[in-house]
Structure formats: C-alpha cells, structure tokens
Ligand binder design. Sequence first.
Ligand code: ADP
Length: 163
Amino acid sequence: MLKGFYPGSFDPLTFGHLDIITRGLSLVNSLVIGVGVSATKKPIFSIDERLEMISEEITTSLPDYADKVEVTVFEGLMVTAAEHHGANVILRGLRNTGDFNYEAQMANINRQTSSPVETVFLAASPEISHISSTQVRQIAQLKGDVSMFCPTSICSKLIAKLN
Ligand code: ADP
C-alpha cells in the first residue's frame, strides 16, 4: 500500500495542482495533501480557507477519489510531515529548470535526514506547465481573468477576497 504526501502552499489551488493530484492518485493508494505554514510567505488565503477550498474542490472535481484524499496543514520539514502521516512518497510537480534545481536540492536534503520517504517528481503537463499560484495571485490583483488557471469556485473566492 503506497501513501503519498503532496505538500505545497496552494495559495490558491490551481489546475496545475489538480493535475498533479489526479495523476498522483493513479500512482498511490491514498494521498495526503499538506498545506504548508510558511514563516516567510504572506498568503492571500488563510490556512483554514485553503484547507476548505481544497477539500471542496476534491469533492466536486474528483468525487471518486474523495475517500482516498486527506487535506491537512503542516509546519516544518515536508519529509517530517510525510513521515508523521505514514506516507512512503512525497509527490512534487516539475514545471521548469527552476523547479528542478530547487527540488533536486530538497530531495537530497531529505535523503540526508536518513528518511525512508522517497520523492517522486511528475513532469508538469505541457498545456498547464506555465501555471503558478504566484502568477494567479498577481493577475487577479491586477483584475485580470484567472478562469483558465483555477477552478471556478476558487476564482470566485479569489475575486471576492481581493475586492
Ligand atoms: P506554486 O509554486 O505555484 O506557488 P505550490 O508551492 O503550492 O505552488 O506548489 C506545490 C507543488 O505543486 C510543487 O511541487 C509545484 O512544483 C507543483 N506545481 C504547482 N503548479 C504546477 C503546475 N502548473 N504543474 C505541475 N506542478 C505544479
């Protein structure tokens, strides 16, 4: 039985994240989505708002998988959180060389902790590899259309939040 841990900021959840969640679910038996508390990032959505938005979206978009997914908050190292949840693998998405360089370093740091948890990378699907939460936030703040980047319910909450 394989259990995955998919950590991120998810501020907000995008189609890129949903793609990794869907593809990840074909690799593992169950998946814990970990919303990370960051001391440095200033998020638009609170942790509770993100937990709720992700849970709602999983129920709506992936109803067949809902019972295999848990959405939770974590603080500190992702490898520690993965172990805490009994996960065997950490899932991460790779969009570009920037992601690769960062992730390769993180995976090696995880290895040095002697953790048995492996990191599995999924190459971003080409049609959505340009989507990042940072850009979604910036576009929304400039009153641009983000409907091609995020599910409808998330777009509505983003617009409401910024108005
Ligand atoms: P972002 O980097 O967009 O602010 P997160 O920190 O929440 O988002 O990212 C969590 C994980 O999801 C990371 O592994 C990141 O590479 C991956 N990810 C984010 N957007 C995409 C995308 N469009 N395609 C594939 N993976 C993605």
